[in-house]
Design a protein around this ligand. Sequence first.
Ligand code: GDP
Ligand code: IMO
Ligand code: MG
Length: 430
Amino acid sequence: MAKNVVIVGAQWGDEGKGKVVDILTGYADVVVRFQGGNNAGHTVIVGKEKIVLHLIPSGILHKGVKCVIGDGVVIDPECLLEEIETLKEKGKFNPEDLLISKDAHLIMPYHKKLDAAKERLRGNSKIGTTGRGIGPAYEDKVSRSGLRCADLLDREIFRAKLETNLREKNHYIETILEEEGFDLEKLFNDYMGYAEAIKDHITDTSLFLDRSMNEGKSILFEGAQGTLLDIDHGTYPYVTSSNTVAGEAATGSGVGPSTLDEIVGVSKAYTTRVGEGPFPTEHDEEQNAALREEGEEYGATTGRPRRCGWLDGVALRYAKRVNGLTAIVLTKLDILDNFSEIKICTAYKIGEQLIEDFPTEASILSKCTPVFETLPGWKSPTSDIRDFDSLPENAKKYVKRVEEIVGVSSILVSVGAARDEAIMVRNPFS
Ligand code: GDP
Ligand code: IMO
Ligand code: MG
């Protein structure tokens, strides 16, 4: 029977969603990105080839699977075209497989300029954004002035909307920031060029998804970022500008919530974070280095070193709550292979006060210190293991303890970056 499965990040992003989506696409007919933009960097390794996807669903590497960029995504068409070119060069792009929502908003060059300027103006309280214009593009969406993919299909409408937008943006850029504004003709011509290149992909993707479901197709929803970066439920203001939780799979793709059968949260076997903001289990510099080098923890989009720490069970329990997780996937278990002791945070403390429920207020979270439980390591390689029972006893105990803390079981345990380096415990599509 056809099923619809949602994949979301259960931490601060970069949990290995790309790899998980790539594996599960083997059982799906359609893959949908439903929020975020090219702030995402989803790595898929097939054979010796490493591909990092920013906008196009990670399912694109499976020929014949339809890949949808939903209405909740913000699209930088220049980046999209670059991504298409890269995939074409690798022989991995079939034009018929990519569908783009007519309602998805466009990232414009002024959004990128404003993103950078806002970060500068925030000074010491900067967010550490990816600089891709994500926040300002969503601002325009919410303030009802944004340009959408459908607008690209009508020169007159696009020009009129762009003109109105530029009046306001250039005023801000030239008067407040004292920088050079944008030229209407140049922007218009650039975007009409992009329109020509992507117009055949732009369609009513909500309708397409509805028809696919009626035809008994299985759909995989690919979240970007992670729960703790959610605009409402994350560690505000150190978050991204979209809803990253599972509920957005419905609104960001135009399907009803009752169509979603399974909600899977992806978590690393430890924790990482890129950008600023509180991180209770963060290691000191020396410990940080061990995990960062072992796990090659450098951003897939910006190349920035990721902050590392032990697994945060409090945050994962919270991710279970706000997403309604029915299962988890644990990735990068192999990175813990050489540690003699592994810690899991089961609660926080502020002074003598025990905190078991995740506080999202940055001011409170930054005062929380972790209460750790220490488990023995397994000190043996796991990357070649393909069934759960063959894992070292202590590795099994670790996974089981994580499941117990979060309150849901794992469907997949990832033991290496390559496509086949994984242990399927339960296939959510069967
Ligand atoms: P995403 O944004 O959630 O898709 O994750 P990223 O691609 O940004 O970061 C995850 C990184 O971990 C990538 O470099 C992956 O190739 C790598 N990775 C994923 N799963 C595993 C795993 O089980 N073991 C190892 N060693 N690497 C993994
Ligand atoms: P994937 O999908 C990790 C972080 C940025 C910054 C904050 C806001 O690969 O997991 P933004 O540019 O979105 O306004 O930046 O969010 N961030 C991510 N961190 N993985 C991501 O995506 C991220 N996308 C945004 O570092 O702290
Ligand atoms: Mg990433």
